[in-house]
Design a protein around this ligand. Structure first.
Ligand SMILES: CC(C)(COP(=O)(O)OP(=O)(O)OC[C@H]1O[C@@H](n2cnc3c(N)ncnc32)[C@H](O)[C@@H]1OP(=O)(O)O)[C@@H](O)C(=O)NCCC(=O)NCCS
Length: 294
């Protein structure tokens, strides 16, 4: 008997890809044109791409999909894996399935001899940030403005589609340690405050209890900087769209400034509380994007 309620395997057939289409409609509801179609998924799977599905009994409850790509560097193009979508059925979230799918992707891509995986995500989504940065050990110093234009699906509609593009150095010690069965000690805010981190700004709450960004942030000067974001941006957006826009433009300025000055996102802290929790990016100055590579 397996330890988890799900089984993860490679997907290849048109029938399996149609199930991936259906799951996308649940994860990103409302916009048929934002669904990756089955024919493209089949083509990707038959040409070096990796489409993995997680099943509970016969039901597809999660998937991850990516394809080989090239990174254009000054010395010429370098091969990488471009991960495009990760989705977990709402009923199966927060049970480690997103992590398990990325772990399976990590294994497959390493077998292909690649060392680098990139993907994008909305930096204001705290759960995604926690998974990508804290649990998987990806790092980031690339901010892309409105990279997908105006998106229409239920998660993304209305705001510029700004994204972090993260680097996942799949053979680095950083990543191997984070993916080892023995999970790492969860680092809290105190840990970073004791390490003399610079808190870039203080947030306040609206009368309705929503987190509000300040007018400005301090000049970046510490080796480690802490950048707070809302712990549930999607609910905040639903409750107060203007506030969500403020967060998009404020955080855009913070991250673009920090990346220009040589900071790298290396960790993420999420502390649960009765109001839902507090979430902070940890930015480090003077670390290579490879982290502690082999
Ligand atoms: C993002 C997504 C794939 C994550 O899948 P998942 O199965 O919930 O992920 P996991 O359970 O492996 O990891 C989530 C972690 O975030 C933590 N978490 C939950 N809410 C959080 C929050 N508000 N802030 C920070 N972390 C949070 C969970 O506790 C868990 O950590 P733990 O295992 O240490 O407890 C899933 O939420 C999803 O499908 N979202 C919609 C689509 C999407 O955004 N896809 C990614 C971009 S393409």
């Amino acid at each position: 008997m397996s330890e988890t309620p799900w089984t993860i395997r490679l997907l290849e057939t048109a029938e399996e890809m149609t199930a991936v289409e259906d799951l996308q409609r649940i994860v990103w509801p409302g916009s048929e044109t934002d669904i990756t179609p089955a024919h493209l998924l089949v083509t990707v799977a038959h040409n070096g791409g990796v489409v993995l599905g997680a099943f509970v009994e016969d039901e597809l409850v999660g998937f991850v999909f990516g394809f080989p790509g090239l990174e254009m560097l000054p010395d010429g193009p370098q091969p990488k894996h471009c991960s495009h979508q990760l989705g977990v059925h709402p009923e199966w979230r927060n049970s480690g399935l997103g992590f398990a799918l990325k772990r399976a992707q990590w294994q497959m891509v390493r077998k292909q001899g690649l060392t680098h995986i990139t993907w994008t995500y909305d930096p204001l989504l705290s759960r995604n940030a926690y998974l990508n940065i804290a649990k998987l050990g990806a790092v980031c110093n690339t901010y892309l403005r409105s990279v997908y234009g105006a998106m229409r699906d239920g998660l993304n509609a209305g705001l510029p589609s700004d994204r972090f593009q993260v680097d996942w150095w799949v053979t680095s010690k950083r990543v191997e340690r984070r993916l080892s069965r023995q999970s790492r000690r969860r680092l809290g805010l105190d840990h970073f405050l004791q390490a003399d981190s610079q808190v870039l700004y203080r947030t306040e709450r609206t009368p309705g209890g929503l987190l509000r960004p300040p007018e400005r942030f301090a000049p970046l000067e510490g080796r480690i900087a802490l950048v707070e974001i809302p712990s549930d941006f999607l609910s905040l957006k639903e409750a107060d769209f203007a506030l969500a826009r403020d967060w998009r433009f404020f955080s855009r300025e913070v991250f673009e400034t920090a990346f220009e000055k040589g900071y790298l996102v290396t960790d993420f802290v999420f502390e649960r509380s009765e109001e839902g929790g507090r979430s902070f990016y940890v930015l480090t100055h003077g670390e290579s994007t490879l982290g502690d590579a082999e």
